[in-house]
Design a protein around this ligand. Structure first.
Ligand code: ZN
Length: 228
């Protein structure tokens, strides 16, 4: 029973400024260490600004067969609003630039050409699905919400995942750590062994999706997993 653990590495302009000012880190390194120590595969949805802030990490992810890098926009602006207070993009030119600027940054740093795209906040309209495909990416959402944003009780995150995970699930977490995702690491310390003991095998998105008979974005009736 395969599942995909996915981690969004958010970075808005304001978050990056906080990193530059030494007021925040917006990267919980313990999560990557845990994945490596436990031999756990995962997919990291990286924003371009996160990549520019942590270029060595992006190179390290690219060199690690456990990890797959995907695209989470340039600076985490909303494709549609309202979207959790994120500033909204207002033109398709800007939406396309978000995808391509992040892809170019990741490619320049790591030589990885991203295949999958996740909308900031998951917010999108029907036309955004076609737009992402036209920019050579597959839009990927999730079917299991860990609920880790601003959740400092790891037990809540653990319960959210275990109560809704199924074979083939795509689970969304965040790589940012405190203050945006303060409980993710502690939750994973329980979740990773628990999922494995229940027979789930964490794999990358590519590994999860290649088992499907048809590309997921062409299968509107795909059960459970919400792929666009
Ligand atoms: Zn995000």
């Amino acid at each position: 029973m395969r599942v995909a653990l996915t981690f969004d590495a958010d970075m808005t302009a304001g978050m990056r400024q906080a990193v530059l000012d030494g007021e925040a880190v917006h990267y919980d390194r313990r999560i990557i260490s845990l994945l490596r120590q436990t031999g756990t595969r995962a997919t990291i949805f990286v924003t371009g600004l996160w990549a520019e802030t942590y270029p060595d990490e992006v190179r390290s992810f690219a060199a690690d067969p456990l990890l797959e890098i995907a695209n989470h926009s340039w600076d985490h602006r909303a494709f549609r609003s309202p979207c959790y207070g994120l500033p909204a993009l207002t033109s398709d030119t800007d939406r396309r630039r978000q995808i391509n600027r992040a892809a170019a940054s990741i490619r320049r740093l790591s030589a990885v050409s991203t295949m999958y795209f996740r909308y900031p906040g998951g917010c999108h309209g029907d036309s955004d699905v076609a737009l992402v495909r036209e920019e050579s990416h597959v839009p990927v959402q999730w079917d299991v919400i860990s609920g880790d944003p601003f959740q400092d009780r790891p037990s809540v995150i653990v319960r959210n995942v275990l109560s809704s995970v199924n074979p083939g699930s795509i689970i969304v977490f965040h790589l940012n750590g405190s203050p945006n995702a303060p409980g993710t690491y502690a939750a994973l310390r329980s979740l990773v062994p628990e999922l494995k003991s229940r027979g789930y095998e964490p794999v990358t998105l590519t590994e999860l999706l290649k088992e499907r008979a048809r590309p997921p974005h062409l299968s509107p009736a795909t059960p459970r997993v919400r792929l666009l």
